[in-house]
Design a protein around this ligand. Structure first.
Ligand code: CP
Length: 305
């Protein structure tokens, strides 16, 4: 039985296989409509979500399966003090696979240690979000036609941003990726990303504070939200939240074929005036999330066509 807790749980070959399956699902949706008939996905969300939970549920429904679960800790017996371990042991009696989001880093790992069914980490605190990474990789592949040889600017909250941490880890295994890390000094990537990923694997990276200065170099701009829920101090959040606001003017020196990604939700960091720009990929990215989760569910359940 395989779980997906960290993007590094998947080899490059397994990632490429999931992306290829997602591309086939997009091309021939009808072929997959009944492949998970009789199977159940439980979505255990101890933290808010729109895209991840609903795209998982839509994915299972479009594969012919069923879904059950909860969308907040308050509506589960976690509110009475039940542990994550006990929760998944029980839900594993009702479902064939579990997608779990939890504010505590490591909670899905703990769940995987005792679960009788595959666990998918749907986001744990500021740590990892591997299915967002699969979504991002599918989006880059579909927009750029490749997963190598590009310069990616990652902008915003790089300290607490789990989507950023997971994406950097995954992309570090592809050839010719140059990273430009754009953040205020207070929100730089954690040290372990620098030492364990960039330095250990001799990957080109640069830390800057100005988005405009590096815009002409970028093939991909990955914007992220400054996350109020991860700050201990409201004053720090208020001071940093609008550090980067991408608007049409800031794109004037960008490449014609720049791809702008964002895991969403956005707050202020991308002006709605950018949404009509063909380089804005973030709503296509949200759709890709459903297809890649369909592929992931199939692979973790061992379902073939
Ligand atoms: N990208 C993402 O994880 O969005 P949600 O928080 O809405 O699931």
């Amino acid at each position: 039985m395989k779980h997906l807790i960290d993007p590094m749980d998947l080899s490059v070959e397994e990632i490429d296989d999931i992306l290829a399956l997602a591309q086939d699902i997009i091309a021939d949706h009808d072929k997959y409509r009944e492949v998970c008939k009789g199977k159940k996905l439980a979505t255990l969300f101890f933290e808010p979500s729109t895209r991840t939970r609903l795209s998982f549920e839509a994915a299972m429904m479009e594969l012919g399966g069923n879904v059950l679960g909860f969308s907040s800790a308050d509506s589960s017996s976690a509110a009475k003090g039940e542990s994550v371990g006990d929760t998944v042991r029980v839900v594993g009696c009702y479902a064939d696979i579990i997608a779990m989001r939890h504010p505590k880093e490591g909670a899905p790992m703990r769940a995987a240690m005792v679960s009788p069914v595959p666990i998918i980490n749907a986001g744990d605190g500021g740590h990892n979000h591997p299915t967002q990474t699969l979504t991002d990789l599918l989006t880059i592949q579909r927009e750029k036609g490749r997963l190598n040889d590009f310069t990616i600017g990652v902008c915003g909250d790089l300290k607490f941003g789990r989507t950023v941490h997971s994406l950097i880890k995954a992309l570090s295994r592809y050839e010719g990726i140059r990273f430009i890390l754009i953040s205020p000094n207070e929100l730089k990537v954690p040290d372990y990303i620098i030492t364990e990923i960039f330095e250990k694997h001799n990957i080109e990276y640069r830390e800057v504070t100005s988005m405009e200065e590096v815009m002409p170099e970028l093939d991909i701009l990955y914007m992220t939200r400054v996350q109020r829920e991860r700050f201990f101090n409201e004053a720090d959040y208020v001071r940093l939240k609008d550090t980067y606001i991408l608007d049409k003017n800031k794109l004037k020196d960008a490449k014609e074929d720049l791809s702008i990604l964002h895991p969403l939700p956005r707050v202020n960091e991308i002006s709605v005036s950018v949404d009509d720009d063909p380089r804005a990929c973030y709503f296509r990215q949200a759709l890709n999330g459903k297809y890649v989760r369909m592929a992931l569910i199939m692979r973790l359940l061992g379902v073939n066509v």
